[in-house]
Design a binder for this molecule. Structure first.
Ligand code: NAD
Ligand code: ZN
Length: 257
């Protein structure tokens, strides 16, 4: 593990444009369970079914009850962990250009990351399905489900459900960032959800070094990634950052970004 941490630190120190792709795994240490994987709160339900737009349209009260309300409770109280903080620090150091995140929890921004591309939107807002009016999720009254707008319409989270399109701006910006980076950090994603899982492939084809941080291998591991650091995002990214500091490199700060 130590050798791989050193390899990652070296690659980042040399990098002019690192991009991170993050998934639900990076927020597990902040108390938000992933969709797949062991111990997830949602082992009992099938989130792929419940997080589908057709399920929401069919029975919004049920999807609110079993999935959305639960997520709201967790996201309202979650705080960024060492992994989010390390990525924000790498941006500050001029090493990291952008974070492409599949998460909707807003924890990258809470940690101080400025350039965050939200591939699946954000859970911070609700949107009325009738009049498009918006309401902050934390302000929403969920005593009665589904919560309703003053026009009587049903509020939905303003994030991307399965079966919906990726916001075009987020998709094109992500593709551009992936094609231009020289290092891609792939952190806490099972790489099973498309088209997000395609971003490391774009990076690789553009000549980037692809480094995965995940306790488990993924479909990218033996085919696309240069190497996998098999550990938890928080401790691994903290060690990488410490190693960069110990090697006395401020990264590509002040470079041509
Ligand atoms: P996923 O649930 O499919 O996979 C999570 C991955 O994280 C797994 O590969 C797992 O091995 C890894 N992991 C587990 N513990 C880890 C740790 N401590 N450090 C690093 N990695 C760890 O997640 P996904 O690939 O992001 O896909 C699920 C989709 O569901 C996402 O696209 C996202 O939109 C949504 N989602 C978001 C949140 C959130 O916002 N926090 C939470 C759940 C699901
Ligand atoms: Zn309305």
């Amino acid at each position: 593990m130590e050798e791989l941490i050193n390899r990652a630190a070296e690659a980042l120190s040399r990098s002019q444009h690192t991009v991170a792709l993050t998934g639900a795994g990076i927020s597990i240490e902040s108390g938000i369970p992933p969709f797949r994987g062991k111990g997830g709160l949602w082992e009992k339900i099938d989130p792929m079914t419940f997080a589908h737009i057709d399920a929401f349209k069919r029975d919004p009260a049920l999807v609110w009850e079993v999935l959305v309300k639960e997520m709201k409770g967790m996201i309202d109280t979650a705080r960024p962990n060492d992994a989010h903080i390390s990525l924000a620090r790498l941006e500050e150091m001029g090493i990291l250009s952008a974070v492409i995140t599949q998460n909707v929890d807003g924890l990258h921004q809470a940690a101080g990351s400025r350039d965050v591309i939200e591939f699946h939107g954000n859970f911070a807002w609700l949107r009325c399905m009738s009049c498009d009016g918006r309401c902050e999720t934390r302000e929403a009254d969920v005593a009665q489900l589904p919560p309703r707008c003053s026009c009587g319409g049903i509020y939905r989270p303003d994030c991307v459900f399965f079966g919906e399109m990726i916001p075009p701006g987020a998709l094109t910006r992500s593709q551009l960032a992936a094609s231009q980076c020289d290092v891609m950090l792939v952190v806490g994603t099972s790489a099973l959800v498309q088209p997000a899982a395609f971003m490391p492939i774009i990076a690789k084809e553009g000549g980037a070094t692809v480094i995965e941080i995940n306790p488990e291998p993924t479909p990218l591991t033996s085919s696309v990634s240069d190497f996998l650091i098999a550990g938890s995002a928080g401790p691994v990214l903290s060690s990488v950052l410490e190693t960069i500091g110990a090697n006395g490199s401020g990264g590509a700060s002040g470079s041509t970004r």
